[in-house]
Write a protein that binds this ligand. Structure first.
Ligand code: MOS
Length: 772
């Protein structure tokens, strides 16, 4: 999601085409020698040894600790704040609130101003006051000494009640966020009339919380009128304009550094109230301030995947032709406009269907604002669509894999029928089914029936992600030193996915140097080039072409120098193991440090830019997942026995980091539908009941199958970009929930349409059917 302030700085809301300064479009790779290999991360040692410095680990001389006082009520007016008690406590150096803020908020603070010391608090956890003290303990003690006079207001914390006429209003204009979003093609009524079978079902997914290992936070330090913030972020260039806006500073005076970060999943694409608060406290005290939010606050105020209420009506012919899909969905982005609905994209684009109608309603409630969360909107819709696809297949007696294969499109129906650059959906379905032994397992389960009291079942689902990388702008710089060592400079963040490793491999591919020797400067608005935030599964497809072009620029310059010095034709030269080789004269082999021309130049700097995506084409990654479960109908326990994820994300850049994404995506999907749910006390207090890792259940190693398989459909997409990759992070989690629900149905014949599928939920569903 694009932060509001982006528009003011960069586009004024109007997009003009960007022509990169130099359109370097190298030939696609043939055989690669480094790219694609399962290579360990360049920073593996730092990560596992604990020597990597995350913002939460940073310590600066004279650093203070900040803490934020959150509103304890879901809806309240702040009548007054008395900070006098807090300011008198030992070690306290600054206290700020709505009534005591230094006048530093800039004219464009926008939504940031709304969420920074509001006098009307619309969610539990809204920042009411903040302190800076010598130790974290003194800071938290000081929060307790701040006296706030609240006028508690009636609240609504359930979007299913928020549109009722007597529901408390969160804004004067009501609790509906604008008009519903609608999409339609064809004629659904005619489609239903033509169908042999029409099914309808309601589905719901609960609100999921990001809960990254490293809570959100930063360290802020001023030097005169310029500010440096070390932020736990997915995109330093997203945070920079937001901080500049909030504080009324020029972009050049705001330096955001974001080297290591301990998980974001979409919730760290923007500056937080904490970023601004830390900067204000640092200004006021003239000392660096670290502000890491509490675990509880990370559940309340820095985002979530909104709950979704969905209804699908679908029509199909006996031969497996989909005739109509109707999707009505609603959700809530909490108390602010923050993208609360499930997506209609999957309904409109994943399967061939001439008649589609969707309607999405976004609703305000008194809860923390949503933020993008790994494939925003998609796991919700996939949960509904993929269960409906399973039910339709059963209703017409067709295998669910075959049913999906039959409805595989080659063009994007939602985007006026433009073709995909590549579509591996069919390959994902067919090769995935084969590798999973789908038909054999199905036959075997049918043949053997239940063994003892446990019931076995298999299920599958497919999916796609709505983006495939983009740009320009995307710029990278590669510098070759006289000793043959290399430095890569790029603005992109490595959010734990292995971006640095993949980019170093690209440099190694083109320059014949060891990938783990490439020194990387990244994610720093003062020292590296502008890059979009690492989100949308687009870091690799967006940045790889620029990095590749920069390395090729270095190589071209080097070959020109070397050809002259070695008296050979540049086209005969290649780079291997740190040496220049000549294909026509092996005696000319020269280690880079021996190349006189390079020594005298001191270094060669190459600049690379990314060109635009092809016009009139859609670039999308595709996925299919298969799983086997064992259900105990007496306890409702579900054991996920094995899982196979197959993805068409174009070229596999690094098989290890690719697998990590697939297994991580499946694990996250398992948590999403099996155990995770934000529990709000919607009746009495409106407060969040499970804001900690004890009561909010994330899957652990014991909750995921030991038998997980990643099967890449490794076909480089040469049209998408010059690296051939389409992005893997988000498509890897989209179909997981539906695949599990379908497997459970296969095992016990009960369809669980609501998450989470806890043992109690399974037993209740069986009981409702008169079993269990
Ligand atoms: Mo993602 S939800 O774009 O980090």
């Amino acid at each position: 999601m694009r932060p509001e302030s982006d528009d003011r700085y960069y586009t004024d809301g109007v997009e003009v085409p960007i022509t990169p300064p130099a359109a370097a479009e190298p030939e696609p790779w043939g055989e690669t020698r480094v790219v694609g290999k399962p290579l360990p991360r360049v920073d593996a040692y730092e990560r596992v040894s604990g020597t990597a410095v995350y913002p939460a680990d940073m310590t600066l001389p004279r650093m203070l600790y900040g803490a934020i006082l959150g509103c304890p009520h879901p809806h309240a007016d702040v009548r007054s704040v008395d900070i006098s008690g807090a300011t008198r406590l030992p070690g306290v150096r600054a206290v700020i609130s709505a009534f005591d803020v230094p006048p530093a908020l800039g004219p464009h603070a926008g939504t940031m101003r709304d969420q920074l010391f509001p006098t009307r608090c619309r969610y539990e956890g809204a920042a009411v006051a903040a302190v800076a003290a010598e130790t974290p303990y003194q800071a938290f003690d000081a929060l307790r000494a701040i006296a706030v006079d609240y006028e508690v207001l009636p609240f609504v914390a359930d979007e299913r009640r928020a549109l009722e006429p007597d529901a408390p209003r969160i804004y004067d204009e009501g609790n509906r966020v604008g008009d519903p979003q609608r999409y339609a093609r064809g004629d659904v009524e005619r489609g239903f009339a033509e169908a042999d079978v029409v099914l309808e079902e309601d589905y719901r997914t609960e609100c999921e919380i990001h809960t990254p290992m490293e809570p959100h936070g930063c360290v802020a330090q001023w030097d005169g009128d310029s500010l440096t913030v070390w932020e736990s972020t997915q995109g330093v260039y997203n945070v920079q304009p937001q901080v500049a806006d909030a504080l009324g500073l020029p972009l050049s005076k705001v330096r955001i550094v974001g080297h290591y970060m301990g998980g974001g999943f979409g919730s760290k694409l923007q500056a937080g109230a904490y970023t601004i608060v830390a900067s204000l406290l640092a200004k006021q005290t003239a000392r660096p301030v670290k502000l890491t939010i509490t675990r509880e606050d990370s559940f309340l105020s820095v985002g979530n995947r909104p709950p979704a209420n969905m209804h699908i009506k679908a029509g199909v012919k006996r031969d497996g032709t989909l005739t109509a899909l109707e999707f009505v969905g609603s959700g809530t982005g909490g108390a602010y406009r923050s993208g609360g609905t499930p997506t209609s994209f999957l309904l409109a684009d994943l399967y061939l269907c001439p008649n589609v109608r969707t309607e999405l309603t976004d609703i305000y409630i008194n809860a923390g604002p949503a933020r993008p969360f790994r494939a925003p909107g998609h796991p919700q819709s996939s949960w509904a669509l993929e269960q409906m696809m399973d039910a339709l297949a059963r209703a017409i007696g067709m295998d669910p894999v075959e049913f999906r294969v039959r409805n595989t499109p080659t063009v994007s129906q939602m985007r006026n029928g433009i073709p995909y650059t590549t579509t591996g959906l069919r390959a994902c379905l067919e090769e995935g089914a084969k590798a999973f032994r789908w038909r054999e397992t199905r036959d075997e389960i049918t043949r053997r029936g239940s063994q003892g009291h446990l019931r076995r079942g298999i299920g599958m689902a497919a999916g796609m992600w709505s983006a495939g990388g983009g740009g320009p702008p995307s710029t990278a710089i590669v510098k070759l030193f006289a000793d043959g060592s290399v430095n890569l400079n790029m603005g992109a963040s490595d959010i734990g996915t292995g971006t640095k490793t993949v980019m170093a491999m690209i440099v190694a591919e083109e320059l014949g140097v060891p990938y783990d020797g490439v020194q990387i400067e990244h994610a720093d608005t003062s020292t590296t080039q502008w890059a979009s935030a690492s989100g949308g599964s687009k870091t690799v497809p967006t940045e790889s072409p620029a990095v590749r072009a920069a390395a090729i620029d270095v190589r071209d310059q080097l070959f020109r120098l070397a050809a002259e010095e070695l008296q050979v034709d540049p086209s005969t030269l290649s780079l291997e193991n740190g040496s220049i080789m000549c294909s026509t004269d092996p005696a000319k082999t020269t280690p880079l440090p021996r190349l006189r021309a390079l020594r005298q130049r001191r270094s060669i700097t190459g600049v690379g830019y990314r060109g635009p995506n092809p016009e009139g084409k859609a670039i999308n990654p595709f996925a299919a997942q298969f799983c086997e479960v064992e259900v105990d109908p007496s306890t409702g326990e579900v054991r996920i026995v094995r899982f196979l994820g197959t993805n068409d994300s174009g070229r596999v850049m690094n098989l290890l980091t690719y697998r990590n994404q697939v297994f991580g995506g499946i694990t996250m999907g398992i948590g999403y539908v099996m155990t995770e749910a934000r529990v709000l006390d919607v009746d009495q207090t409106g407060k969040l009941c499970n804001k900690n890792w004890h009561d909010y259940k994330l899957p652990t190693a014991l909750d995921v199958p030991a038998d997980m398989t990643c099967l890449p459909i490794d076909v480089p997409d040469t049209e998408a970009n010059t690296a051939g990759a389409k992005g893997i992070g988000e498509p890897a989690t989209i179909p997981t929930g539906g695949a599990i629900a379908n497997a459970i149905y296969d095992a016990i014949g009960v369809r669980l349409t609501d998450t989470p599928m806890t043992p109690a939920h399974v037993v209740q569903a069986l009981a409702a059917r008169g079993e269990g």
